[in-house]
Design a protein around this ligand. Sequence first.
Ligand code: UD1
Length: 417
Amino acid sequence: MNKIIINGGKRLSGEIKIIGAKNAALPILFSTLLTDESTKITNVPSLTDIDVAVEFLNFIGKKTIKIDNIVNTFQSKNNYKYIAPYDLVKKMRASILVIGPLLARLKKAFVSFPGGCSIGDRPIDMHIDAFKKMGAEIFIKNGYIEAFANDGLKGANINLKIQSVGVTENILLSSVLADGVTVITNASCEPEVEDLINVLNSMGAKIIRQKTKKIVINGVKKLNGFNHRLIPDRIEAATYIIASAITKGEIFVKNVIPNHLRIILEKLKKSGLYIEETENVIHAKWTNNLCPQNIKTEVYPGFPTDVQAQWMVLMSLVDGESFIEENIFENRFMHVAELKRLGANIYINGKVVKINGVTKFSGAQVMMSDIRAGAALVLAGLAAEGKTIISRVYHLDRGYYMFEENLQRLGADIMRI
Ligand code: UD1
């Protein structure tokens, strides 16, 4: 089993180029099933989640090749397999997004029921309800979601009880080819959802965001191929900015869309970090008057849950008391126990944690529980005195492209054994 070894205390400075967003890549990869024509996606990160999605497409019958940061899919006939087996789905929860395109094209999809994960139960009730509203019949049998739309999917009015990214995407991926008009209210506004809408519209779909949380989709009969460059990964960008801040460094984060990080940048500025932005570069510099800032995770444009763990590391090393409220996932504090091993002073009370800043961390052996918790532990190790040894590093490979290499270039003493 691989481990990451960090000799902490090095200042991280320099520049970093941000790659395309994993969470934009996944639904866009599945959107290729909606056309028989070839497609090209560029700026794709090399991550295990992307490899799983590519494996998935090939399994289903869409010839897909990834070379470096480009994914090509080739002309196909609509004779896909309609079964997504457990062995593939268990590797990546986002596999649930395959139901939308398969139902739209084959009128049938059997997808293994995704299990829970370390950040919570992660139900899929809203995905199922949405497909039912569009006329599908759904059965849960032998660990599979069996979905049928024998007469084809029909446009529907769907009001989401929670603004869910995945559900919004799955409705988009199915309703584009449905008969009639679909209206999603309380729809997600994350930039990754917007990127998917842009791709689908470039394929010939008719999608309009009428209001911030209202999307109207006029179903069409057929979609074309596309050529798309993914938007930059805002979570990766935020992670590097925080890595540099906790090591008293200075960083130029390039190839970003600063507006996608608006709330994070505002919070960082309020906590005393020097931040300057140009069109696609964020310059961040540590100052010696960092102060605590409370955050609440919320849907976009609120503070992203995917940066909560990294923010906790920053606040743990700032003098004073601060609070974090996690409002998206019910169990996303698995990193707290590990951060305490490094010397953090954190108390959990339901969905809120109270942090009392400490002057330093000291290296220890710790374990990753998910992608972002993993990144937070790496950040903590970078700031800690002495050696930190981190296990279960495969979590990191799902979400961070060339993480150790990038950190090394910024001056970190980090390696994988
Ligand atoms: C996506 C992101 C993930 C991010 C999350 C929230 C991808 C591949 N992953 O995950 O990195 O942390 O958005 O920004 O894009 N829910 C239900 N029923 C459902 C579906 C969701 O109750 O059927 C709940 C979830 O348990 C959660 C909330 O809705 O509490 C939001 O989850 P959702 O936006 O769906 O997250 P994902 O799309 O899975």
